[in-house]
Design a protein around this ligand. Structure first.
Ligand code: G3I
Length: 322
């Protein structure tokens, strides 16, 4: 399946979210990443629970490993994520501070992490998943402690630490909730209007083989209309969204998946080149996808199978730019 590689064939950056354990210890995985992709995102090692064992200490070992791997192999690094409501260390969830203490926590974390990787990490998901599917602000610990104004200050702190980094707001649901899509567009449009330093919008796009083309196109094209750079930041296409425990992978399902990958790539390829930040798949192969373990079901969301071989989905991606 396919000739050449994704990074050779696609006219925009193509990335993957990397599992640090596999990157270090599995040469099949590592070689596949080196061969096929030209952009990488840390699946977990740049999250606050990974970087911050305590209030006064940082652990950059794994994040540095990923950044060094990228540098050695000529890959762009997209940083994920400076601020999220999940994957916080216990000491943050239990942090007993004043409003000023919380602001200092937000500020110091962002400035320290972005500052460390200045010139090495091209772009950051500054704020991840601040909105609910009904378009309201998520009542996260950050909103509870600091109010929704934390969002614009997070961007400003990131900008202060690296004037050249591209700063993204990242979220999911653009394709399945028109309400959430509108709320995300309003949020980033308001940030831009206020002069907040935001450069891009991340569409996670954890989607499914039977999502409609109309919804997928609406997600991408509505993001384009903001004028921001667009990153399809966490793409995967589930084949078993109904959690059927006895489902098996078939050629027919693989072809449906390939068609959906093709449609997404084709739609993305048609947007203005200067707004194409790239497409990043969330994981590399069916064996390392977060979906089977997270939802406790068989599934095959990725362009490579669990033997690291190209699937029909891989050809679908290439067909999207033909
Ligand atoms: O590493 C520990 C292991 O030592 C422990 O035994 C095990 C038991 O729970 O947990 C392991 O950590 C897990 C980690 O993944 C590594 O496998 C965490 O519990 C688990 O919460 C974590 O899940 C990650 C999740 O984000 C939460 O951070 C997934 O790998 C990761 O794929 C997922 O990625 C998110 C994006 O960041 C944001 N958008 C949605 C996307 C998918 O949920």
């Amino acid at each position: 399946i396919g000739d050449g590689t994704l990074k050779e064939k696609l006219p925009f950056p193509i990335g993957a979210a990397l599992n640090i354990g596999l990157l270090k210890n599995n040469s099949n995985y590592r070689n596949l990443v080196i061969k096929e992709f030209n952009s990488v995102t840390a699946e977990n090692v740049m999250k606050m629970n990974a970087l911050r064992p305590s209030a006064t200490t940082y652990n950059f070992t794994d994040a540095d490993y990923l950044v060094d791997f990228a540098k050695a192999n000529g890959k762009r690094v997209h940083g994920h994520t400076l601020n999220w409501y999940k994957s916080l260390p216990d000491w943050v969830n239990n942090f007993n501070g004043t409003t000023a203490d919380w602001e200092n926590l937000l500020k110091t974390h962002i400035e320290t992490v972005v500052g460390r990787y200045k010139g090495k990490v091209t772009s950051w998901d500054v704020v991840n998943e601040a909105l609910e599917d009904d378009g309201t602000y998520r009542n996260s610990i950050w909103v509870q402690k600091l109010g929704v104004g934390y969002i614009e200050r997070a961007f400003q702190y990131a900008r202060n630490a690296d004037p050249d980094a591209l700063l993204f707001y990242n979220d999911y649901g653009h394709e399945y909730s028109a309400t959430k899509r509108a709320a995300i567009v309003k949020l980033v449009t308001d940030l831009k209007a206020k002069g907040v330093p935001i450069n891009g919008i991340g569409l996670q796009m954890h989607t499914r083989y039977n999502q409609t083309d109309a919804n997928l196109a609406a997600a991408i094209n509505t993001a384009v209309a903001t004028g921001l750079r667009v990153h399809i930041s966490e793409l995967d296409i589930a084949l078993n969204p109904d959690n059927n425990q006895s489902l098996t992978y078939t050629t027919a399902l693989g072809e449906l998946q390939a068609a959906k990958y093709k449609f997404i790539v084709k739609t993305f390829n048609a947007i203005p080149r200067e707004q194409q930040f790239g497409i990043t798949t969330w994981n590399v192969t069916d064996a390392d996808s977060w979906i089977p373990s997270n939802y406790n079901r068989p599934d095959w969301p990725m362009p490579f199978n669990n033997l690291y071989q190209r699937k029909a989905a891989y050809q679908g991606i290439l067909d999207g730019v033909k």
